[in-house]
Design a protein around this ligand. Structure first.
Ligand code: GLY
Length: 403
């Protein structure tokens, strides 16, 4: 009895301590953003004008020279920072975070019409979705429904999936990436909100087709599966951000774990739960996973142990594991132990110093090493899933204490 109590209070401390740190660090981020927006360079303004991009909105990462990389709303990362501010509001119930989150959210509205990308869920569900969940603001609700309607224009019933990327030249005909699983959460929500099952059916079709075609015998995932849009046949399976076509790109494994856990929550389909369990086993039995459970950017990167880590894969994995522990009670102990180890090690060894790194919370993520960008840097989505994981951890412990 005593040990359960002390374990819980120790874990509560780590959540509280991280939110205290994040409150200060995100205030620093807001100052840095203000100054980056005021001091946008002529080159950046010119580039935006040439490409008809909107104003810079929210932070994504650091440039090679250490300056803050802010992105226009169309960037797939534009919704994570407002999402972090909504999580701060959820944890603290302090109205100042709500005001700040609202400000950083409403600048993304134009994306509800952007049918040129599959990243709608990342952009709109992390921002407006969290905002709607926490405030019930009906304006957010309409924007989310419009976003979901736009997203499903990318669905091809022959393939059974939403198309991920356009403008891929002759490389792919109909690329679908494992990351796309995360965008389905918006569609499940849209069916609940409207009663129209179209969104749900498309999401389930996408998840089932991905389950069939994206995974190898060892339950690791390919990054990109290319389909013939006329017949639905698979043309090729390869990578874009990983080390090799046959390698296991770490963030891709995290997207799969998170995606199938969420799809099980939304549908109750047992195959999805089983797939999430299989992905977790792949990640945590991989001989190249370091002892601290923060993966290298690719499980098969050639120079392990001298390869950069990817903290974003770790935080997304931890958040998914807290949720998975609720559905797979048999393995819950293991999932919680892994997730807690990730959170403890990140807190000790991967956090930025207060008031440094333009206000990012975590260091040592990797966006796309072979493409030569975002190598061993802070990434906004690493921070977003870190705060989400902390909230999920806190909520689990609260429920255990009142059971
Ligand atoms: N969704 C893009 C990435 O994970 O880098």
């Amino acid at each position: 009895m005593v040990s359960v109590f002390s374990a819980c209070s120790k874990q509560k401390d780590i959540v509280q301590e991280n939110f205290d740190f994040s409150a200060k660090q995100l205030k620093h981020a807001l100052k840095e953003m203000k100054s980056a927006l005021e001091n946008e360079t002529d080159a950046s303004i010119h580039e935006r004008a040439l490409n008809a991009w909107s104003e810079l909105t929210n932070p994504r990462s650091l440039e090679a020279d250490g300056s803050l990389l802010m992105v226009p709303s169309k960037d797939w990362c534009s919704g994570f920072f407002p999402g972090e501010l909504w999580y701060m509001y959820e944890y603290t119930k302090d109205e100042q975070w709500k005001r700040l989150a609202h400000r950083r959210t409403i600048i993304l509205e134009r994306e509800k019409f952007n049918g040129k990308t599959h990243d709608m869920g990342f952009k709109m569900y992390c921002s407006y979705g969290n905002g709607y969940r926490l405030t019930g603001d009906t304006a957010y609700r309409s924007i989310l429904i419009r976003s979901a309607q736009t997203l499903i224009t990318r669905f091809n019933p022959k393939v059974g999936c939403i198309r991920s990327w356009d403008n891929v030249g002759s490389k792919w005909k109909y690329p679908v990436i494992i990351d796309n699983m995360l965008n389905l959460e918006l569609l499940f929500w849209a069916t609940r909100a409207t009663g129209d099952s179209t969104f749900y059916n498309i999401a389930v079709s996408h998840a089932k087709t991905t389950l069939k075609n994206h995974f190898r015998a060892d339950n690791s995932s390919f990054h990109v599966v290319d389909y013939n849009p006329e017949t639905g046949e698979v043309i090729q399976k390869n990578t874009h951000q990983g080390y090799a076509h046959e390698s296991a790109w770490s963030r891709g494994q995290a997207w799969g774990l998170y995606g199938y856990t969420m799809c099980y929550r939304e549908t109750g389909i047992p195959d999805f739960l089983e797939q999430a369990g299989r992905i977790a086993r792949f990640i945590f039995t991989n001989p190249n996973l370091p002892e601290d459970l923060i993966p290298y950017w690719d499980c098969n990167a050639p120079d392990i142990p001298n390869e950069p880590r990817d903290v974003s894969a770790a935080t997304c994995t931890a958040s998914a594991l807290y949720e998975l522990s609720k559905y797979d009670r048999e393995n819950a102990g293991k999932y919680l132990e892994w997730a807690n180890t990730i959170i403890e090690n990140i807190t000790k060894n991967y956090r930025a110093e207060l008031n440094s790194h333009k206000g990012f919370l975590l260091l040592h993520s990797t966006g796309a090493k072979l493409l030569g960008f975002e190598i061993d840097v802070p990434l906004v989505y690493a921070d977003y899933y870190f705060l989400e994981a902390l909230l999920r951890k806190k909520n689990l412990e609260f429920n255990i204490n009142i059971e």
